[in-house]
Design a protein around this ligand. Structure first.
Ligand SMILES: [Zn+2]
Length: 93
């Protein structure tokens, strides 16, 4: 799917429609010491064999890709509607 590099969208901070620059949202790196990770590690440590990681066959083929809109005036970022597609391309119109 193709998506424009700049879109005219409503900005909640400026309270009007403004030009937004589009980039693709990318997941940040997970910290190894966050609470959820620590909990999983502790649970996996022991007693019995249950809480092991089981490989489940991937049910979904496509990942969700989200355009990230940045207001050209105030610089606030907001997410646009995301799609489950193979590839999201940014292009000039
Ligand atoms: Zn704005």
């Amino acid at each position: 799917m193709k998506y424009p590099r700049t879109v005219n969208r409503y900005c909640p901070t400026c309270r009007t429609h403004k030009k937004h620059n589009v980039s693709l949202y990318k997941k940040g790196k997970e910290r190894m010491m966050n609470q959820g990770r620590r909990r999983v590690e502790r649970k996996k440590k022991g007693y019995g064999s249950f809480p092991k990681e089981i490989f489940h066959r991937n049910a979904k083929l496509n990942k969700r890709s989200t355009p990230l809109l940045e207001c050209s005036e105030c610089g606030k970022k907001q997410y646009a509607k995301s799609y489950r597609i193979k590839r999201l391309e940014l292009q000039e119109i």
